[in-house]
Write a protein that binds this ligand. Structure first.
Ligand SMILES: [Zn+2]
Ligand SMILES: [Zn+2]
Length: 111
């Protein structure tokens, strides 16, 4: 599949690693001082949808969060790749998905 942020294209697991190594800055962590809650946000580069997920309380310490940003990125990018697969198969570089859709459409009429 394709990296949604650049021209990199490879197997899903390699794209996943590439995202972690190259685009970790796309995962933004937000800290609400008032509630002490923390979350990470990853925005889909195709449709702009923002995936948010609360970070476990043990991540509250800001230094700790930096340390574990890689771990958070792992989950966030997995979510993003899943979203791309589901919502943007063409942008994700999945021509097989388009074939499957065509096959499903032709199922309507008998052979
Ligand atoms: Zn990339
Ligand atoms: Zn999207």
């Amino acid at each position: 599949m394709n990296c949604p942020f650049c021209d990199f294209a490879d197997l899903r697991m390699r794209v996943h690693r590439h995202l972690l190594e190259t685009h970790l800055d796309r995962v933004v962590t937000e800290h609400d001082e008032a509630t002490g809650k923390m979350k990470y946000v990853i925005a889909c580069p195709v449709c702009g949808l923002r995936y948010q997920h609360a970070v476990k309380p043990r991540y509250r310490d800001a230094g700790f969060l930096d340390e574990f940003k890689g771990e958070i990125g792992l989950v966030a990018f997995d979510q993003l790749l899943y979203h791309l697969d589901e919502q943007h198969p063409i942008q994700a570089g999945r021509p097989d998905t388009a074939d499957a859709a065509a096959a499903t459409a032709s199922d309507q009429s008998p052979p």
